[in-house]
Design a protein around this ligand. Structure first.
Ligand SMILES: Cc1ncc(COP(=O)(O)O)c(C=O)c1O
Length: 486
């Protein structure tokens, strides 16, 4: 079957006559004897029946359709889809780490605990925070941890502050997290330069504000140059400053959120320090805090008693346990290898190159699609197709579909929400000049075609197994059942 043909599901491939296996068979009697009878099902489960080799081919075909950073350029803004060296995978998969039972006694897990403790030290140095926990399992999970810490801190001070401020350029997880922790959220406007509007911020700060959540560089790829003043006014109002570290890849080894005045940070290890995270996971979102928040950190805490590591579950003011055991260990270990491999100098170089690549690409594209804000961007930049006179009906979604036709992953579209017809592009430091030049040439080609034949450009994609989908209906009325499972 050709690669671009529609691949049926296993249920559609299923047929009573097909189920043959080349593995030795047994009738399961031995297994039945081991299980309590009340746990045994009398009816056969309604699973598809497909020949073994056809199952292998099915999944092989699907895997070849998988777009990944190893198969093509992936300029997804805000997501930092950079190349992750395979050595990180292989070292984190060494049997001593991979086969460690999560309930193993601390005595049996000294190596893993030691590395987790080391990485906390590295992250403390890199972020400028006093203490880091590797407990949270994603960026959003880190935000959740951070907001719980903020709440615990204020409550401990006898204050019931109920509002969290979030800039209008923020990632959706920020207000969602604050709301999950029980806070009201209030939006802070961006100014004409794409940064936090200080006057608007000041007008919204009062005794009810618990924290301001901020990404720096922000989601427009711009460094909040007023950060010291922002930190001052936030602290003067008795609120805390939260750092969304999703964009740390732009500044790691160059500037530290701790020095900018942030009280609590989360760090998306899966963006800055290795780990392929396409498709929603896996991830790790360690959280760093300044000393006044240390008593509330989640348990267990890893303790280093003169080179002997222990897990401490006793912490009176802790927000409690956030994840099973002590975090997403495999991901943390990948980050450990990445950090050891690059060292502080290498991490700094990566950040510098991430910014250089993004500025180079923005320069190459400047005559084709304008930037929303014409300022020096950091690791990513946001272009806009909102000029109807220039682009007609050709919009961000159509641009994305045309890129797919040419074998590229699309950039992030329609985010941040404050930019109309947004294209958010993040090339990262791992792409070569050749790749960036080729991408710029492809963009030029798409824009020329959109001008010459707007109708055709608007109806891309043409080369994919399925054509343009009705994404709104798919999102609002998903059909998630398989006929034979109904
Ligand atoms: C700015 C920003 N904040 C938070 C997150 C959430 O991180 P995660 O996807 O690991 O939950 C993201 C993810 O893309 C992000 O870009």
């Amino acid at each position: 079957m050709p690669l671009d043909a529609f691949e049926p599901t296993l249920f559609e491939l299923s047929s009573e006559n097909e189920g043959r296996s080349w593995l030795p068979q047994d009738d399961g009697a031995e297994l039945d004897a081991l299980l309590p009878t009340q746990c045994l099902n009398a009816d056969m489960p309604s699973l598809p029946i497909v020949a073994e080799l056809d199952v292998v081919r099915h999944f092989t075909k699907l895997s070849r359709r998988n777009f990944c950073i190893e198969s093509g350029f992936y300029p997804l803004g805000s997501c930092t889809m950079k190349y992750n060296p395979k050595i990180c995978d292989s070292l984190a998969s060494l049997p001593g780490f991979a086969n460690l039972h999560p309930q193993a006694d601390a005595d049996m897990a000294q190596g893993t605990l030691g590395l987790m403790d080391d990485i906390s030290d590295f992250l403390e140095q890199l972020s400028g925070m006093d203490k880091v926990t590797t407990n949270p399992c994603a960026g959003a999970h880190g935000e959740f941890c951070g907001m719980l810490l903020v709440r615990a801190y204020h409550r401990d001070q006898g204050s019931d502050r109920d509002t969290v401020l979030v800039p209008d350029s923020a990632h959706g997880t920020n207000p969602a997290t604050a709301a999950m922790v029980g806070y009201k959220t209030l939006e802070v406007k961006s100014n004409a330069e794409g940064c936090v509007d200080l006057d608007d911020l000041k007008s919204k700060l009062n005794d009810n504000v618990a924290a301001l959540m901020l990404t720096n560089p922000n989601t427009l790829g711009l460094f909040e140059k007023d950060i010291l003043e922002i930190a001052k006014v936030v602290h003067d109002a008795g609120a805390l400053l939260y750092y969304d570290g999703a964009n740390l890849n732009a500044i790691a080894g160059v500037a530290r959120p701790g020095d900018m005045g942030f009280d609590v940070v989360h760090i998306n290890l899966h963006k800055t320090f290795s780990t392929p995270h396409g498709g929603g996971g896996p991830g790790a979102g360690p959280v760093g805090v300044k000393s006044h928040l240390v008593p509330y950190l989640p348990i267990p805490l890893i303790e280093n008693n003169g080179g002997k590591y222990a897990l401490n579950y006793e912490s009176k003011k802790s927000i409690g346990q956030l994840s099973t055991f002590f975090g997403n260990t495999g991901i943390v270990l990948r980050a450990y290898v990445y950090m050891r491999m690059h060292g502080a100098g290498g991490i700094r170089q990566n950040s510098v190159h991430a910014v250089l690549n993004a500025r180079y690409l923005k320069y190459k594209l400047k005559d084709l699609i304008p930037a929303e804000i014409d300022a020096d961007n950091m690791h990513e930049f946001v272009l806009t197709l909102k000029d109807k006179k220039r682009f007609g009906d050709f919009n961000a979604m159509a641009f994305a579909k045309n890129l797919i036709d040419r074998g590229y992953h699309a950039p992030t579209v329609y985010f941040p929400l404050i930019v109309k017809e947004a294209l958010m592009i993040e090339p990262t430091e791992t792409e070569s000049k050749r790749t960036l030049d080729e991408f710029a040439a492809v963009v030029a080609d798409i824009m020329a075609e959109a001008k010459a034949d707007p109708e055709k450009a608007l109806h891309a994609p043409y080369t994919t197994p399925v054509r343009k989908l009705d994404e709104v209906t798919a999102a609002r009325q998903p059909v998630l059942t398989q006929p034979c499972l109904e």
